[in-house]
Design a protein around this ligand. Structure first.
Ligand code: ADP
Ligand code: ZN
Ligand code: ZN
Length: 667
């Protein structure tokens, strides 16, 4: 017998599997093996087995050993192979996503993260009619032993999480497992608390990147052995080594973090759907503000829609007020608080309630420039303007994370008139403290989350009511469930609207709706105050009226006209090199190739090359070209572009090419 093995390596030149003899080992597709490679030993995964080989049997060496415990199975290998083609990534990079980061431990007991977590979860006495209906539709569909895809469009607090838990319960009863994903690691904590109260922590494993490699490997093993049949995780959880998957749930399915923007690039929705075809399980996407792409799939009959329109306790959705900041300025108020917001904050606090203030930008100021000569402080590595952080008195690049000391004098002209523009969370926190000295203010953004316990403390203090005002980035908008929040203020709602991305309106609508959902989850109706310079934008109008349908209609009209996703695909090809001339040559060739690919009369589909400012990599020169593919052409174009990439590699040109379909940030 011969085994085709994908061998561990990082080289762009080595991707095809290598053939080995199986010796007397009992190998299967997915077996993790050690093989001879040159004069070294390397690890690999068996992709396929065969009786014959076209190679000279004399020259074929045998597999050295098998690591049964760390092996994958057929489904995982097939999914990885599919990913390789769909995303034009390497076999081993795709397989690696399914593997434990470390070898199984030889001794000692696994360290279960959050083993002793406390939970005050109580199962509701009765589900609402909408909840019952949702559960019934999903579990009924499962009886046909066929994969099924659902989108739950449920307003915030409609009780989606209870529905997920019922579905998970049903999976367990049928002897299957379930994977539940959230878009942000910071959201896993509340979920683990709730789920462990219901299912017991011993049945739950956690997978996300803030666990240590040892913890992650131990959790991996608990899943593989079937000890933990529920997985809670961030997007990497979709690769859980579960043998029998009954359901994969993506909560807040619209979030950008479900798309991996690092190599290997992939889309969690698609990987989940692919795995479930094999397992014949249910894909459940849930959101109060579904992505335009997912909602379009409902319209096309690919996903089944479940609507949950009522909040479980019938609290009305909060009133959303827009404040026109141009008016504020005209009447002489240059503060970051409009008069309306300040007044309402005062009222809510005096009432003993709490407030959340959203500013979707961390740091103090997001823009630093010299008033003498106009120089803007930029990261020399990324060419991106630097954000001033008062904590540490430094300028930070939000792309690469590099820190620079804040300048006292302008580096270009020596002037001391350095000015800071824009508002970040640090500044909102500071100004809020000044304005409301009697109330405790806290801040939640990734700068505050240096370790795991910080998040728990910040959320804990707010839940207990010790913190009266919580200032934060979008982290405060997502899924947090507190009873006593009477007011949500959005400081500068245009921050997300003005990013150069075709999804800017979608993200703005989502962010406002989501953060609005944090208000008035208790008994009383809450208030949301949105400060903007563009109150007429349709995203704001629809958010004010809680009207998703209206937003979707307007947005999909524009997208379909522009052939933006989901009505077409944006294929971005990045080329980087240490050699500027070589880069130009490759880019020119690539553009010509793309023009040929799209055919005559379709030239408008190929954009001009641009410098890639936000590309994380070591090469000095980087450019990208965008190709707008019409619907149905994605796989074909990706395939041919991948051929082009291989061709460049085989010529040993000094250039790296990566392909990203529908990337989440284009600048
Ligand atoms: P969503 O995920 O849709 O925002 P959740 O599932 O988090 O909503 O529910 C919001 C709150 O309502 C939670 O505190 C939950 O315990 C409670 N809840 C949900 N369904 C019920 C029910 N049927 N009876 C009582 N309380 C419920
Ligand atoms: Zn200057
Ligand atoms: Zn940088």
């Amino acid at each position: 017998m011969y085994a085709n093995v994908s061998v561990e390596n990082k080289s762009n030149y080595i991707d095809s599997p290598f053939t080995y003899g199986t010796g007397d080992l009992d190998l299967k597709v997915g077996s993790k093996v050690t093989v001879p490679f040159g004069n070294k030993e390397k690890e690999g995964i068996v992709l396929s087995l065969s009786d014959k080989t076209e190679l000279d049997p004399e020259k074929i060496r045998d597999v050295i050993s098998l690591d049964e415990a760390s092996s994958l199975n057929d489904e995982m290998v097939q999914t990885a192979i599919w990913m390789k083609q769909r995303y034009a990534i390497r076999y081993y990079d795709a397989l690696n996503l399914f593997m434990a980061p470390l070898k199984p431990r030889k001794r000692g007991t696994p360290k279960e993260p959050f083993k002793d977590i406390e939970s005050d979860y109580e199962k509701p006495e009765e589900l609402t009619d909408e909840q019952k209906m949702a559960v019934r539709r999903i579990t009924e569909a499962q009886k046909f032993n066929h994969e099924s895809y659902f989108l739950i469009h449920g307003v915030t607090s409609s009780g989606k999480t209870e529905v997920y838990m019922e579905v998970i319960d049903d999976c367990l009863r049928r002897g299957k497992g379930a994977i539940m994903l959230v878009p942000e690691i910071s959201l896993t904590y509340q979920l683990i608390q709730r789920m462990s109260g219901r299912f017991g922590k011993e049945n739950i494993a956690i997978l996300h990147s803030r666990l240590t490699l040892r913890e992650r490997s131990d959790e991996w093993m608990r899943i593989k052995k079937g000890e933990a049949r529920i997985v809670i995780g961030a997007r990497m959880g979709v690769f859980a080594p579960m043998e029998n998957i009954g359901a994969i749930i993506l909560d807040e399915e619209h979030e950008a973090t479900y798309k991996s923007d690092m190599t290997p690039k992939y889309d969690t929705h698609e990987v989940a759907a692919k795995r479930l075809m094999y397992h014949k399980g249910a894909l459940i996407l849930g959101s109060a503000t579904p992505s335009v792409s997912s909602y379009e799939r409902v319209k096309e009959g690919i996903y089944r829609l479940i609507e949950m329109k009522r909040r479980y306790n019938e609290t009305p959705l909060p009133t959303v007020e827009m404040v026109d900041m141009r008016e504020e300025l005209r009447s002489g108020n240059a503060s970051i608080f409009s008069r309306r917001l300040e007044e309402k904050l005062q009222e809510v606090l005096e009432d003993g309630k709490q407030a959340i203030l959203l500013q979707n930008r961390r740091g103090y100021s997001n823009f630093i420039s010299c008033r003498e000569c106009g120089t803007v402080m930029k990261c020399p590595e990324c060419n991106i303007s630097l954000t001033y952080h008062k904590e540490g008195n430094s300028m930070v690049c939000h792309y690469c994370g590099r820190k620079y000391p804040a300048p006292k004098l302008c580096p270009s002209c020596g002037s001391k008139y350095i000015k800071y523009f824009g508002i970040g969370t640090e500044q909102v926190e500071e100004k809020t403290r000044e304005l409301f000295p009697g109330y405790r203010v806290d801040r939640l953004d990734i700068d505050r989350l240096k370790d795991r316990s910080e998040l728990e403390r910040i959320l804990g203090d707010f839940a207990k009511g010790d913190t009266k005002i919580l200032v934060g980035t979008q982290l405060v908008a997502k899924g947090l469930d507190f009873d006593n929040v009477g007011l949500v203020g959005v400081i500068a709602a245009d921050t997300t609207l003005n990013i150069p991305d075709y999804r800017a309106e979608e993200r703005t609508f989502q962010l406002i709706t989501q953060v609005a959902g944090r208000a008035g989850r208790g008994k009383d109706r809450g208030t949301v105050i949105v400060q903007t310079y563009e109150p007429g934008n349709y995203a704001f109008k629809a958010a004010r009226e809680h009207d998703y349908g209206k937003f979707f209609e307007e947005e999909s009209r524009i997208r379909s006209f522009m052939e933006y996703p989901p009505f077409g695909d944006i294929i971005m090809v990045n080329v980087t090199s240490d050699d500027g001339e070589e880069l130009e040559k490759v880019i020119e060739g690539l553009r010509a190739y793309m023009l040929k690919l799209v055919g005559e009369g379709q030239e408008r589909r190929v954009m001009n090359p641009k410098e890639a400012v936000n590309f994380k990599g070591h090469d000095a020169f980087r450019q990208y070209i965008i190709l707008k593919a019409p619907r149905g052409k994605r796989n074909e174009y990706v395939h041919y572009l991948d051929q082009y990439r291989k061709n460049i590699l085989s010529q040993r040109l000094q250039a790296n090419i990566t392909i990203d379909v529908n990337p989440y940030s284009i600048f």
